[in-house]
Design a protein around this ligand. Structure first.
Ligand SMILES: Cc1ncc(COP(=O)(O)O)c(C=O)c1O
Length: 458
């Protein structure tokens, strides 16, 4: 352990952390009982705490740092931009990096998504998509005022603002807020490990889609849009949808005149092995939300993309009030946009997606032994998104009771061994930076394996 701070400094920080900070998605009672882990530096795939201890960053600092920490090119892009200007509003004005990035985003996203509306986080990107979809039907010809409802999936996660929570489907996070939310129609999650129909893929012939179609057929007159996390439902537990599911959802949306919103906040920017998950099934949504990895994980930035048809419905004389009356103080922030441009350059320069292919197969191999562990019920992987579901009873798939906090115990064990990961309930998530070396990837997987073995062995 490198002693690079004096004890007083360290103790002061630890005390102030507990005294002044309220951490997100964190039970502060438990947090305050433990010694906090305070990060001071990042280097490649590693995080370094105030004591100088190094940890592998197994979840890319909440799924964002796709090229790792301290990338010189992104640092430089931010510094160069600071010298020009750090912020100017995008409300009625423009700025250089925001324009260049919008062009680039249109080029790399599925064909037809031609307009970029910036915001600053995944939740805001979703709010904007919902408002755009709603307003589109209020203003397009023929006007369909009654189309103001949304369809979302069970176990969906689209963020924490109230619109995003309304289309969320994770009871633990969302049920309490019900009185504050607008109602939505729910369709089943394609959660094959716990199939609600008791079927298994592929003999099921994607029967869960029949339920989705029933909802669409019945409510098509009132539904503005369906929102979906394409290919992987992230926060719901890294639930990988079976092949063909997304494409069929797209087809049904078109058939029933329902806009399709793809929330690529978690899956975008290479996570599933392609730049965007929609590409895996040749799907073009009507609206697409991107955030997290967009700036390489260096600054908050998000965008909602849509097509000309949706965009055109907002054009008119000012007095007609067809404007999208939405925008944030930091919308299109030049520092964040320049960081994003540098991150996209790295994708090209490092051939990130090409290099990733081999690592995805390597990871797949390394995950195989997990199923030999008695409490591992399911191992789900799509690209560099992995969820390992722990169960109390493998045969019955019985979950652990909440009070056992198994997921939390596993990640604390991993921390002792030099790895930072975060669980989703009892699903252990692995989402490393895309440029992690195979050596570090192997070490990461080994630590998760031994931590699960240690905690969930009996
Ligand atoms: C699919 C999806 N949508 C939206 C969000 C919300 O993003 P943010 O935390 O940036 O608001 C997340 C965050 O995990 C997400 O996974």
């Amino acid at each position: 352990m490198e002693q690079h701070r004096n004890t007083l400094d360290v103790e002061q920080l630890e005390q102030w952390d507990k005294q002044y900070l309220w951490h997100p998605f964190t039970q502060m009672k438990d947090y305050c009982d433990e010694k906090p882990l305070i990060i001071e530096k990042g280097e490649g795939s590693f995080l370094i705490d105030i004591y100088g201890n190094k940890y592998l960053d197994g979840v890319s600092s909440l799924w964002v740092t796709i090229h790792g920490h301290g990338r010189e090119e992104i640092n430089r892009a931010i510094i160069n931009q600071v010298k020009e200007i750090s912020h100017s509003t995008l409300l009625g004005l423009s700025n250089v990096p925001a324009i260049k990035l919008a062009k680039k985003l249109v080029e790399i996203t599925p064909d037809g998504l031609d307009k970029v509306f910036y915001s600053d986080g995944g939740s805001t990107a979703v709010e904007i998509a919902l408002k755009m979809a709603f307003q589109y039907w209020q203003q397009t010809s023929p006007i369909k005022k009654e189309k103001h409802k949304f369809i979302s999936l069970n176990l969906a996660y689209h963020g924490d603002t109230l619109g995003a929570v309304s289309v969320g489907g994770i009871d633990t996070f969302h049920t309490l807020y019900k009185p504050l939310l607008f109602s939505t129609y729910r369709v089943p999650s394609p959660y094959c490990y716990r199939c609600g129909l008791g079927k298994s893929y592929p003999s099921c012939n994607l029967d869960c889609l029949n339920q989705a179609e029933d909802v669409m057929k019945k409510h098509q007159q009132e539904v503005a849009a369906l929102i979906i996390e394409p290919v992987v439902q992230g926060a719901g537990g890294m639930i990988v949808s079976p092949p063909g599911y997304l494409k069929e959802i797209r087809r049904l949306c078109s058939q029933y005149n329902i806009l399709m919103i793809a929330d690529e906040v978690a899956t975008g920017f290479g996570r599933t092995g392609t730049m965007f998950a929609c590409e895996q099934e040749g799907v073009v949504p009507d609206l697409m939300c991107i955030a997290k990895g967009i700036s390489g994980g260096y600054l908050p930035l998000a965008a909602t993309l849509t097509n000309e048809e949706v965009y055109d419905a907002f054009l008119g004389e000012y007095r007609q009030l067809k404007t999208l009356f939405h925008g944030h103080s930091y919308t299109g922030n030049p520092l964040a946009c320049n960081a994003a441009l540098a991150s996209l350059d790295i994708f090209e320069k490092d051939c990130t997606l090409e290099e990733l292919k081999e690592k995805i197969c390597f990871l797949e191999e390394k995950l195989k032994p997990f199923l030999d562990l008695p409490h591992v019920g399911d191992v789900r992987q799509k690209g560099f998104m992995v969820g390992i579901e722990l169960v109390k009873e493998r045969d019955s798939k019985e979950s652990y009771p909440l009070e056992e906090k198994v997921g939390i115990k596993v990640i604390l064990e991993a921390r002792k061994r030099g790895l930072i990961v975060r669980p989703l309930g009892d699903v252990i998530v692995i989402m490393p930076p895309l440029n992690i070396s195979c050596e570090h990837l192997e070490r990461l997987v080994e630590i998760v394996f031994h931590s699960i073995k240690e905690i969930a062995s009996s």
